[in-house]
Each structure stands twice: as structure tokens, then as C-alpha cells.
Design a binder for this molecule. Structure first.
Ligand code: IMP
Length: 425
């Protein structure tokens, strides 16, 4: 696996952090390619639980170069906080590199995120209000401020003045909210952040990655969120503002598609989502609550309870196709341990017809009902299983059906949050 992309196949929170951490011990480089601190990757090492929002999950291995790629949007205060927390725990972050081309989240992005969410007539997206969407808007509108701008005081001031004036006008006049934005204050604050991270910033991070590709290093390109939150291929508009899918790795890390050897899809054994938007296999009531409690399904960024549902094969097929998955890592299978019966959605029914492909029109999706296959539960704990042969027959049958729907082989099965709770198939 010289160059592998790791992607979430659902609405995020599939457990990518743990899988990346597991793979990282045999890697040379991990590159995060999109999103910002809306993401939360949880890594459990012994007694310690780490929640990473921006830093790639390979950071716990000193010999792994971790790059925050050009496709990421960075809130420097959050990044510095994360670095400091890691340092306090004994991880010095000397292996961290930050792309000079990554865009910077500024206070007005967060303000706009909040204002837009409060005023959104067509229903709330449920954003994390971290300023991610507005920052990407500025990027694509070509008025964004990149990390490299922070080291050119004149250019930074000019861009900042323009942006603050524009956003202040928008927030106060259109959203009728107070816009407490002071250019001088922001300028000084961000210069101090720039100073703090200076040693980690690299010009042209794609050249660094290319060098590693040419030297046949083992590289993991780490996506945040998941396929169904992709701005092009997810449940638009209930999505994030970037491309978590495998193709996003090419632009967000600056790597050509022919250099990618494998695409590993992380698949939770059931499905969750935070925020608004349709969710065909959502389970209301007792079983949904049980999955939420047992799976600790609360957002690692906002703490919001996640909506829980049965495994959705239509979503799986979609994710498999748009990412070109070559293998699967199944996570949280142990959460299903005590269930008598487990459902797998294999298709949707829409106006009397069976749909196997995910409908892109949300109005149509809202009218779809899931078609389920029922599987008997295994009614025993899987947390100590370490080999495929340790799994009870019913668990194997369930997993085989998931792989069959995905059309890809399972290579990893996670049976708990700890590093060691994993089956390599
Ligand atoms: P934003 O990315 O903060 O703008 O939020 C847009 C949508 O994506 C909302 O429904 C969020 O709850 C969701 N979202 C963003 N990041 C994550 C994540 O890391 N996991 C799960 N959902 C996310």
C-alpha cells in the first residue's frame, strides 16, 4: 500500500482516527487533505483519549511526517491549542508540517457561519459553526487569506481590511447582527499565531509529498467527514463545504490520481449522522438510544447526540462507486453485540419501485422507505475477538453481506475503541 486514501463512507464519524492511528505505525507520511476543525478524530491510547480536529492521526509516531495539506482550512488558534495539548502529553509535534497554501479561518468566517445558520430559510444545515463554509466560500471567491499571507504583513493587512469591511457590511446590514470585528486586533492576533507555527509551515507541500511518492514511501491521505457530506456527491445541501471523497485527496494534497494505489473505506457497522438532512434508515426509540449510548455517539466537535440508524447498503454502494473503494475497515461491530435482530437496508422503495442507487434529489429521497434484510444477532461480546475465526457465525454472515454490497474486501474489523481491539483479516 504505497499510497492509500482513507475515506469515510457514510456521514462522517465512522472511526477513521482509530484506523489511521493503527496503520500509521507502518507509514512514513500522513496527509490530511480537506475540511477543518469541524472534524473530530478520536484516538484512544491506553488510558488517554485524544481528540484531534486538525492534526493528522499519525502524529503519535515520531517517524511519521504529518502534513496538513493545501486543501484544509485552518483555525490557527485551534491548531496551536491542539499542538500544545499534545506537547503536554509528551508528543512534541516536530513531525508536523503545515501547507503554506492552506486557507485561514478568521473571526468573520465564524460570525457568518452563525448568522447564516440562524437565518437559513430553507432549513438548518446544523453546521458546527466553526467558520468552515464561509472560509471555503472566500477561497473559491478568490479573496481568501492563506497561511503564506500571514508572513507578508502588507498583503495580509490589505486583504484583511477588505474582508473585514465586506463581512461587517453583510453581517450588520443583511443579517442584522452585531459585527464586532476590529482589523488591528485580528491583525495582531493572527501575526502572533503565524509566529507560533512558523517553523512548521512548508512552501509547496505537494512537492514534499511528491518526493515521498518517488522514494516509494508509504503514504496515507486522510480524509475528514464522509462521502455523504461531500459537497458534490453527498446529501446536498446538508453537507460540508469540501470534498471528503477520494478525488478530494488529489486536489487537497496535490497528488495525481495515478499515484494512488488503494482507497480504504471506513464503514461503521451501523450508520450515524449529526446535523440536519434526510436519513432513510434512522431508528427512532429504544434501539436507536441503545446504539447511541453503547457507541458513545455524541459529536466529538460539538457534543451533539448523533442520530443512529441501520446499515444502509444504498449509501454503501454509492460510496463504493464514487470513491473506487479497494478495501474496507469495519468499525464498531461490538456495538451491535446485544441485539436480537439486525437489519441491513439493501434498497429503497420509491413509488412502488426498488431503487438500488442513491437518489441525488432530496425530495425523492425523503419519500424513499428502506427495504430491509433481517439478520439474527450474535448475542455475545466481540470486544476480545482478535482473529476472524473468533467471530461467531452470525457476525461473519453480517459482515460478509456488508462486503458483498460494497463489492470490496474487508481487511480490518474494529471491535472497540482501544488500539489493540482490531481484527486483521
Ligand atoms: P460544517 O462542515 O461545520 O459546515 O457542517 C455541515 C454539516 O456537516 C453539518 O451537518 C455537520 O454536522 C456535518 N459535519 C461536519 N463535520 C463533521 C464531522 O466531522 N462528522 C460528522 N458530521 C460533520
Amino acid at each position: 500500500m504505497p499510497v492509500t486514501v482513507i475515506v469515510g463512507t457514510q456521514w462522517g464519524d465512522e472511526g477513521k482516527g482509530k484506523i489511521t492511528d493503527l496503520l500509521a505505525r507502518n507509514l512514513d507520511m500522513v496527509v490530511r487533505y480537506q475540511g477543518g476543525n469541524n472534524a473530530g478524530h478520536t484516538v484512544v491510547i491506553g488510558e488517554n483519549t485524544f481528540k484531534l480536529h486538525l492534526i493528522p492521526s499519525g502524529i503519535f509516531y515520531k517517524n511519521v511526517t504529518c502534513i496538513i495539506g493545501n486543501g484544509v482550512v485552518i483555525d490557527p488558534a485551534v491548531l496551536i491549542g491542539e499542538i500544545e495539548t499534545l506537547k503536554e502529553q509528551g508528543y512534541d509535534c516536530s513531525n508536523l508540517r503545515i501547507s503554506s497554501q492552506a486557507h485561514v479561518i478568521l473571526p468573520y468566517h465564524k460570525l457568518l457561519d452563525k448568522a447564516q445558520e440562524e437565518r437559513r430559510e430553507a432549513g438548518r444545515i446544523g453546521t458546527t459553526c466553526r467558520g468552515i463554509g464561509p472560509c471555503y466560500v472566500d477561497k473559491f471567491n478568490r479573496r481568501g487569506i492563506r497561511i503564506e499571507d500571514l508572513y507578508n504583513e502588507r498583503a495580509f493587512r490589505e486583504k484583511l481590511e477588505w474582508n473585514v469591511a465586506e463581512k461587517k457590511f453583510q453581517v450588520e446590514n443583511f443579517y442584522k447582527m452585531k459585527a464586532d470585528l476590529d482589523v488591528e486586533k485580528i491583525f495582531e492576533e493572527y501575526l502572533s499565531y503565524a509566529h507560533a507555527i512558523r517553523k512548521m509551515v512548508v512552501d509547496n507541500s505537494s512537492a514534499l509529498i511528491d518526493e515521498a511518492v518517488r522514494s516509494k514511501k508509504r503514504i496515507l491521505l486522510e480524509g475528514a467527514q464522509g462521502t455523504m457530506l461531500d459537497v458534490d456527491l453527498g446529501t446536498y445541501p446538508f453537507v460540508t463545504s469540501s470534498n471528503p471523497v477520494a478525488g478530494g485527496a488529489c486536489t487537497g494534497a496535490g497528488i495525481g490520481p495515478k499515484n494512488i494505489d488503494e482507497v480504504l473505506g471506513v464503514v461503521k457497522a451501523y450508520v450515524t449522522r449529526v446535523g440536519g438532512g434526510p436519513f432513510p434508515t434512522e431508528i427512532a426509540g429504544e434501539i436507536g438510544d441503545l446504539l447511541r449510548e453503547k457507541g458513545k455517539e455524541y459529536g466529538s466537535t460539538t457534543g451533539r447526540p448523533r442520530r443512529c440508524g441501520w446499515f444502509d447498503g444504498v449509501v454503501m454502494r454509492h460510496a463504493s462507486r464514487v470513491n473506487g473503494l479497494t478495501s474496507l475497515a469495519i468499525t464498531k461491530i461490538d456495538v451491535l453485540d446485544q441485539l436480537d435482530k439486525i437489519n441491513i437496508c439493501t434498497a429503497y422503495e420509491y413509488e412502488g419501485k426498488k431503487l438500488k442507487d442513491f437518489p441525488s434529489d432530496l425530495a425523492k429521497l425523503e419519500k424513499c422507505t428502506p427495504v430491509y434484510e433481517e439478520y439474527p444477532g450474535w448475542k455475545q461480546s466481540l470486544v476480545d475477538a482478535r482473529a476472524y475465526s473468533d467471530l461467531p457465525n452470525n457476525a461473519r454472515k453480517y459482515l460478509e453481506r456488508l462486503a458483498d454490497i460494497a463489492g470490496a474486501k474487508i481487511t480490518l474489523i474494529s471491535t472497540g475503541a482501544e488500539r489493540g481491539q482490531i481484527i486483521k483479516v
